[in-house]
Design a protein. Structure first.
Length: 69
């Protein structure tokens, strides 16, 4: 799926880039899907380091990866 254009949070980029390569690929895809599903989705960091997406009052924590893999 081609990357769509959307507003990003650089902290989410840093989180994804800190993961192993295979987890990065999955996270980029999930991020693209979240934004493609709802153009109003905004991304942020919750609980000091975990990426989260929200649209209005709905929240989605989709990129919580295990770093021990």
């Amino acid at each position: 799926m081609p990357r769509t254009k959307y507003s990003i949070d650089l902290r989410v980029d840093r989180y994804i880039n800190s993961l192993p390569r295979w987890q990065q690929e999955v996270c980029w895809q999930v991020r693209d899907l979240a934004h493609a599903a709802d153009a109003g989705v905004r991304e942020t960091i919750k609980r000091t380091e975990l990426p989260a997406f929200h649209a209005g009052r709905q929240h989605l924590r989709a990129l919580e990866c295990q770093r021990s893999c």
